[in-house]
Design a protein around this ligand. Structure first.
Ligand SMILES: [Zn+2]
Length: 64
């Protein structure tokens, strides 16, 4: 039941809202993006998918 976690510099495979393991920062990453360092402390971190986002037409909305 362990959620997979992605690390800084890895490719994003799924559009969604991610949270990191060091400062609990939340960021949206899109498919094809690269996972960033933590925006708060700038350290390498792990990102865990919080919720998937569905993309419709030209707009992006966070899925409920
Ligand atoms: Zn941090």
């Amino acid at each position: 039941m362990k959620a997979f976690a992605m690390r800084t510099s890895e490719d994003v495979h799924e559009l969604g809202l991610y949270s990191n393991n060091c400062c609990n920062e939340e960021l949206i990453f899109d498919q094809g993006d690269t996972f960033w360092r933590c925006p708060r402390c700038q350290s390498l971190c792990q990102w865990e998918l919080e919720s998937k986002i569905t993309k419709d037409a030209n707009s992006v909305h966070a899925a409920a």
